[in-house]
Design a protein around this ligand. Structure first.
Ligand code: NAI
Length: 332
């Protein structure tokens, strides 16, 4: 039976990669129906809302959202729509897999790290104030409740996926209260999972370790800001942002998006790599039980990457998004 999903088109490269991914989903026989909405600054200028009310209503009906990137103004302007969606629907677990692909040659092979990023608090809670004209405060919020549930999500995933180790990344030597609480809760929750190795490391050390010996890491669980930064770093280990998908999971709702942003530097040129967004769509298919369609797409992507004929420029090729998409559809 056809399953309805909500799709937000975003801006920058968002519309290009969305169109490519929806055509690939159809070619794979995913049997989805799409409720598609334009979101972001252009939508605001045209209709006065960053996300139309019907867009929220659709997500509340389907419970599943495929969201392409949205530009967030830097230093001023509206609050990030991504942060807004994660908070509004309590999408507390941001799962970001960084897995090497044999076809994309990088200094390290067999990187296979899954980052669990707490998605609702930390400095991203957006609690900021000007104390005077020359002093700004940004409040870092860490709670037992939100820490507990992200640790459980990470350990449950590790158990379900046969993973061996969970590393809690923190800076509790300096932020003794906030990161200290995060680390204390990690150690408590870890005791419930004796079959999984639990370790903790400071975030600065982890940055160095990741670029020296990434294969030592398995599942990483961390706060919102560290998770955001570390996942871009990990994408660099596997071939760049064009290859890193993500899911944002809560108790009732799930949102799937690429880790990358709207890439304004290449928007409209027809050269965006749609793979990260396509793999995010595969995670969505797996979330709703359409594993066969997801497997077909993953297999076709692997073949096209291995063949290497129409890779997009970020992967060292000269291919266009449409050529890459056509090659995947041909395989399907
Ligand atoms: P970005 O991720 O958009 O781009 C960083 C670099 O990676 C650029 O050189 C870009 O061309 C390249 N890149 C990214 N995705 C690519 C793809 N699919 N194919 C080929 N190359 C790709 O990060 P940036 O430039 O810092 O942010 C641009 C805008 O995106 C900002 O407004 C930011 O707030 C927003 N953003 C939105 C996100 C979301 O909607 N989930 C996530 C991250 C950033």
């Amino acid at each position: 039976m056809s399953t309805a999903i909500t799709v937000f088109k975003g801006d920058g490269i968002g519309p290009e990669i969305t169109d490519a991914v929806l055509r690939i989903l159809d070619a794979a026989g995913a049997d989805l129906s799409y409720e598609i909405f334009n979101v972001g600054a252009a939508e605001y200028e045209a209709h006065g809302a960053l996300i139309p009310e019907e867009g929220f209503a659709s997500f509340e009906r389907t419970h599943v959202l495929l969201k392409s990137p949205i530009t967030t103004p830097i230093g001023k302007g509206f609050r990030s729509l991504n942060v807004t969606l994660r908070k509004k629907y309590d999408l507390y677990a941001n799962l970001r897999p960084a897995k090497s692909n044999a076809a994309v040659k990088m200094p390290f092979e067999n990187v296979d790290i899954v980052i669990f990023r707490e998605n609702t608090e930390d400095l991203y809670a957006g609690v900021e104030e000007m104390i005077d004209a020359d002093t700004a405060h940004s409040i870092k919020i860490i709670t037992r409740k939100c820490s507990e549930r992200i640790f459980r999500a990470a350990f449950d995933y590790a158990v379900a996926q046969g993973r061996k180790k969970v590393t809690c990344v923190n800076k509790a030597n300096i932020m003794k209260l906030s990161d200290g609480l995060f680390l204390d809760v990690f150690r408590e929750v870890a005791k419930e999972y004796p079959q999984i190795v639990a370790e903790d490391k400071l975030v600065d050390n982890v940055c160095m370790q990741l670029v020296m010996n990434p294969n030592q890491f398995d599942v990483i669980v961390t706060e919102n800001l560290y998770g955001d930064i570390l996942s871009d770093l990990c994408s660099g280990l596997i071939g760049g942002l064009g290859l890193m998908p993500s899911s944002n999971l809560g108790a009732d709702f799930a949102m799937f998006e690429a880790v990358h942003g709207s890439a304004p530097d290449i928007a409209g040129k027809g050269i965006a790599n749609p793979t990260a967004f396509l793999w995010s769509a595969c995670m969505l298919l797996e979330h709703i039980g359409k594993n066969d369609a997801a497997a077909r797409i993953r297999c076709a992507v692997d073949e096209v990457l291995t063949e290497g004929k129409c890779l997009t420029p970020d992967l060292g090729g000269t291919g266009m998004t449409r050529e890459y998409e056509a090659a995947i559809i041909a395989r399907l």
